[in-house]
Design a protein around this ligand. Structure first.
Ligand SMILES: NC(=O)c1ccc[n+]([C@@H]2O[C@H](COP(=O)([O-])OP(=O)(O)OC[C@H]3O[C@@H](n4cnc5c(N)ncnc54)[C@H](OP(=O)(O)O)[C@@H]3O)[C@@H](O)[C@H]2O)c1
Length: 351
């Protein structure tokens, strides 16, 4: 049998509760011609998944969407054998099909993984879509120059930690914004940002201004709302803002998320660019991996993961992440990772 989480009822505003998801048991899917059956190892939990549920992209009763790392169990696909590892989109599910004719919301073309490139879990993180997001948003869009001041919100999260380190590699002065003190210490102490301020502090806006004495040239926006409002007065002439995400708005039930931020930043003379990572997969994925694999291997880009254990942990971990409870990229390991028996990885915050 296969087990997976489904959306039990259309989410109530603003965040998921105990009745939002249901665990379902169903017969094991059988791979047809051109398809493979895979066993999920890592499920990536990302803020955008809440948007899928809020906007009705996911049909009720189907496995909740997620990017995953999995191992092939049975294959009718040339070049893919049992035991191979793949990036795929099994969702919040123990097993899933990939290949010809498989269609579901958020389905992405699977990719065979080379475990020598990095930890398997990194294929849904720094060496996957999140790494590409940071790379596209910071290097290709923000394009920071040596000596410029770059601000990154949600700085200890899955995207933010990479975006800030890429700006450091370009010679910029980088200021992070994060929640708890523990996260701020990680951002400066481990990731090497020049400063990090907490948006939870009552003196947040003043702290940010003090950390950016020469103003802000590039703002990598993951959050919006009050965090954005503190950055706004600091924009320099000619500044650039990349809107990667607006997590503060993901619980909103009305309004055009980001419209107010865009208008206010443009009124101050900033150039504002929306980021959609999908636009960069075809033209930039290979160049991104060619850069990022050695940066990670050499420790030039560090990456913290927050890995929870077991399929049952998914709904609570997801709800926690939406409220800042994750410390690093949030993942759930739903079955053993065979590569970990060979070597013990560093850079994971295990709970
Ligand atoms: N444009 C694209 O193609 C693309 C692709 C991938 C991701 N994204 C977006 O990138 C953003 C970051 O994603 P991620 O995967 O890196 O998430 P993440 O940072 O791992 O997790 C979310 C973090 O956001 C912070 N946060 C949550 N609510 C907040 C609030 N109301 N005010 C301030 N901070 C808040 C929390 O950190 P603190 O505790 O530090 O506050 C939380 O840990 C998201 O908005 C996501 O949707 C966009």
């Amino acid at each position: 049998m296969n087990r997976y989480w489904t959306l039990a009822r259309r989410p109530p505003p603003p965040w998921p509760d105990a009745d939002t998801f249901a665990l379902v048991e169903a017969p094991m899917p059988q791979p047809g011609p051109g398809q493979a059956l895979t066993r999920t190892i890592y499920v990536s939990l990302d803020p955008y998944q809440w948007g899928y549920k809020r906007r009705g992209v996911e049909p009720e009763g189907a496995p909740c969407h997620a990017r995953t790392v999995a191992q092939v169990v049975e294959s009718n696909i040339d070049g893919l054998a049992p035991g191979d590892f793949v990036f795929c989109t099994n969702g919040w599910s123990e097993y899933g099909l990939m290949g010809e004719g498989v269609a579901r919301p958020g389905y992405m073309v699977p990719r065979k993984l080379d475990p020598a490139q990095g930890r398997l879990s990194q294929a849904v993180g720094v060496l996957g879509m999140l790494g590409l997001t940071a790379y596209a948003g910071m290097i290709l869009q923000g394009d920071p120059k040596a000596g410029e001041t770059v601000v990154v919100s949600a700085a200890s999260g899955g995207v933010g930690q990479i975006a800030g380190q890429l700006a450091k590699l370009k010679g910029a002065r980088v200021v992070g914004i994060a929640g708890r003190e523990e996260k701020c210490r990680f951002v400066t102490g481990t990731l090497g940002f020049d400063a990090c301020v907490s948006h939870l502090s009552p003196t947040f806006a003043g702290d940010l201004a003090a950390a950016c004495p020469a103003g802000v040239d590039v703002y990598f926006e993951n959050v919006g709302g009050p965090v954005f409002e503190a950055v706004l007065p600091l924009f320099n002439p000619g500044s650039r803002m990349t809107i990667c995400g607006l997590i503060a708005h993901y619980g909103d039930t009305a309004g055009d998320a980001g419209a107010a931020e865009r208008a206010a930043a443009e009124a101050r003379g900033a150039t504002v660019t929306n980021l959609f990572v999908g636009d960069y997969v075809e033209g930039h994925h290979d160049a991104f991996l060619a850069d990022m694999v050695p940066w990670v291997a050499e420790g030039k880009v560090k990456y913290l993961e927050d890995i929870r254990e077991g399929l049952g942990a998914i709904p609570a971990a997801f709800a926690e992440m939406l409220k800042g409870g994750n410390f690093g990229k949030m993942l759930v390991r739903v079955s053993p990772d065979p590569t970990l028996q060979r070597s013990r990885p560093s850079g994971t915050s295990k709970r």
